[in-house]
Design a protein around this ligand. Structure first.
Ligand code: GLN
Length: 276
């Protein structure tokens, strides 16, 4: 094995990184001028930008995520631009899209959708691609996150369907057919126990939902109903063990729980509510 590769692998292993070989292959591919796959056991490093590669390894050793190093993460059917101002899109969040597709079988519907806390825009853009006639308002309170979303909107050519707005949810006052959100829902304690990739590189603003993690669900429940058309749905992501509390919070505000979707680990992860 080439020395540079061997040394890099050892460094990654010393930092307890889960899949060091896989990470190494991805970073090599990204440092390759021809973007080709590199075989670790018999690498051809002719096309590798060594300076770039070494800087990637330094970042990974500091436990920045691969997605944030290469500024890219796949979500649903697309690749998204990602940086430190947004969460890396998580696979479990794709279940929001799946659930919406379950609810609305007719993809030609002219749905009016609100995405609260859009971040990279991955949910809004994926929905825009599935529902070509939908018009989506994607909001966030982080200007930096909206700049990331704007970039993704351009990459995916969705500017005509999605309107980005720097606004707090509380100041929205129109009606929608569908509201989606992956709000911050960790407790401070949970946040402190997350992996360094999350704790040190992801915006805390997008992760922590007050002392018990439920702050945003409570805030939403105060005026969500007023933003929903009669037949509207609200689909959101929740944290571990939050199903019962969230169910209660939204039912007290007059919404009905329709469905609980478990993620691949069997954790209750997505809730869908309706008005009638
Ligand atoms: N699932 C994320 C995590 O555990 C949290 C995402 C969120 O708060 N919306 O890091």
């Amino acid at each position: 094995m080439n020395n540079l590769i061997k040394e890099s692998l050892t460094k990654l292993k010393q930092k307890n990184i889960n899949n060091p070989e896989l990470d190494l292959r991805i970073l090599l591919k990204h440092a390759s001028k021809k973007n080709n796959e590199i075989i670790l056991s018999n690498p051809n490093l002719d096309n590798i930008d060594i300076v770039k590669f070494k800087s990637y390894i330094r970042k990974r050793i500091k436990r920045q995520s691969i997605a944030k190093i290469i500024n890219n993460k796949s979500f649903w059917k697309y690749d998204f631009y990602i940086n430190d101002f947004v969460l890396d899109p998580r696979p479990e969040t794709e279940l929001i899209i799946e659930e919406v597709l379950n609810i609305y079988r007719n993809k030609n519907l002219k749905l009016k959708i609100l995405d609260i806390g859009t971040g990279s825009g991955c949910i809004a853009i994926s929905l825009a691609k599935e529902f070509k006639n939908a018009s989506i308002t994607a909001i966030d309170i982080s200007q930096e996150a909206l700049e990331v979303a704007e970039k993704n909107l351009k990459i995916h050519n969705c500017g005509n369907q999605i309107q980005l707005k720097l606004i707090d949810f509380k100041n929205i006052n129109s009606k929608f057919d569908l509201i989606v959100s992956n709000p911050p829902y960790l407790t401070n304690d949970q946040f402190n126990k997350t992996d360094p990739e999350v704790k040190n590189f992801e915006p805390k603003l997008a992760l922590v939902g007050g002392h018990d993690g439920l702050k945003f669900y409570r805030e939403y429940s105060n005026n969500l109903k007023n933003l929903m058309n009669k037949t509207a749905y609200f689909v959101c992501e929740i944290g571990i063990n939050q199903r019962q509390d969230c169910e209660e919070i939204f039912q007290n505000s007059g919404l009905y729980l329709n469905k609980i979707v478990n993620d691949l680990q069997g954790i209750e992860r997505i809730l869908s509510f309706s008005k009638i």
